[in-house]
Design a protein around this ligand. Structure first.
Ligand SMILES: C[C@@]1(CC(=O)O)c2cc3[nH]c(cc4nc(cc5[nH]c(cc(n2)[C@H]1CCC(=O)O)[C@@](C)(CC(=O)O)[C@@H]5CCC(=O)O)C(CC(=O)O)=C4CCC(=O)O)c(CCC(=O)O)c3CC(=O)O
Ligand SMILES: NC(=O)C1=CN([C@@H]2O[C@H](COP(=O)(O)OP(=O)(O)OC[C@H]3O[C@@H](n4cnc5c(N)ncnc54)[C@H](O)[C@@H]3O)[C@@H](O)[C@H]2O)C=CC1
Length: 274
């Protein structure tokens, strides 16, 4: 049995679309929070006197007028928390920060205070994003700068094709769910096994090159016959710019060339004998 461990935190991808998030403060840290929250499609309220706004915060407020409600004033009290699903404080006043945390706890609203780790319900982390791919590096409060350094190492290990490949796999899964709808049961098991086989069999670069036509073929030839045809079998071609891997021949073309090469060899051998 695995050894029981503790002292960690739960890593989850919190869905905030259409939820309400309050950021108290408008400095540099707040501007990083705004950036992160805008990615989630949440409604955002920023509360801070105008003279305390970081230029990046100002830019976000001016640019995203539909997404950000800005209030040019100090935090007023519990009434500012009404209707909020999440609260973030990024203040230069630790006492106010702590008070807001206590109010949030009373109202059962999850809260992050940039300056008081002990009062946070959750921490931010260093992030890598590539389309739907989201990687968070967390040191669980031990060394934020170290998280940034690990991020750089991971960035170097990624090729850049992962995000596009995942986007295409997402589209293929949607098409499969339309073709074979329903939740759970034998069909669900079959769908999951087939998708797992496709992801395991096809290369990341090949998945990134999937288009509507090849996806249809993959479902017609593959899903319907309970098999996973190769990229080349479906007529897939690598883009000319990609010189890292040799272009693949379809088996049909390969065997045709083999057949003619055989004839040529036979003719040469016979001619020599004569
Ligand atoms: C607990 C946590 C709460 C939270 O913010 O959610 C927290 C707390 C604190 N950070 C402080 C300082 C610094 N924070 C950074 C940077 C980042 N901090 C981030 C997260 C977190 N910071 C959470 C834990 C995350 C984890 O452990 O993994 C990142 C990852 C994400 C983000 O903020 O969005 C982002 C990097 C993003 C990127 O670059 O990719 C740097 C470096 C820099 O700016 O380059 C420094 C200075 C150097 C250093 O201290 O390492 C201080 C003041 C300490 C003091 O006074 O000495 C506190 C308060 C305290 O510790 O008491
Ligand atoms: N978690 C993290 O990653 C990091 C946290 N920090 C901590 O985060 C805090 C904020 O840092 P910065 O953004 O650089 O500070 P900053 O001084 O640039 O910004 C403070 C902001 O708070 C606003 N403010 C102050 N009192 C307010 C009130 N009562 N109501 C509404 N707004 C108010 C100011 O107008 C200003 O916009 C600091 O305490 C710092 O120690 C600093 C670096 C990284």
């Amino acid at each position: 049995m695995a050894k029981a461990v503790g002292g960690g935190s739960l890593l989850i991808a919190w869905q905030l679309k259409d939820k309400h998030v309050l950021i108290v403060g408008g400095g540099e840290v707040a501007s990083q929070r705004i950036d992160s929250i805008l990615t989630t499609d949440a409604h955002l309220t920023v509360l801070s006197p105008h003279d305390g706004l970081h230029p990046r915060t100002k830019r976000f407020i001016d640019e995203y007028t539909e997404r950000i409600t800005y209030n040019d004033r100090l935090f007023a009290g519990p009434e500012d928390l009404e209707g909020m699903d999440m609260v973030l404080t990024a203040l230069d006043d630790v006492d106010i920060s702590r008070e807001i945390c206590d109010m949030c706890r009373n109202a059962r609203i999850p809260v992050n205070a940039a300056d008081i780790p002990d009062s946070c319900d959750f921490y931010f982390g260093s992030q890598i994003r590539d389309g739907p791919l989201q990687i968070m590096i967390s040191t669980n409060g031990n060394g934020p700068r170290m998280a940034n350094l690990v991020k750089k190492k991971l960035q170097n290990a990624l090729s850049g094709v992962e995000g596009p490949a995942i986007t295409k796999v997402g589209q293929l899964r949607e098409m499969l769910k339309i073709r074979a709808p329903g939740v759970g049961g034998e069909l669900g098991k079959k769908r999951m096994k087939w998708m797992t086989d496709v992801c395991n069999t096809w290369g990341m670069e090949e998945l990134a090159l999937l288009d509507d036509m090849v996806m249809q073929k993959l479902l017609d030839d593959g899903w319907e016959n309970d098999r996973v045809p190769s990229f080349a079998e479906l007529g897939g071609r690598r883009q000319p710019a990609d010189r890292t891997t040799p272009p693949t021949l379809s088996p049909a073309i390969g065997s045709t060339i083999g057949f003619f090469a055989g004839i040529v060899c036979t003719v040469i051998v016979l001619a020599r004998r004569k």
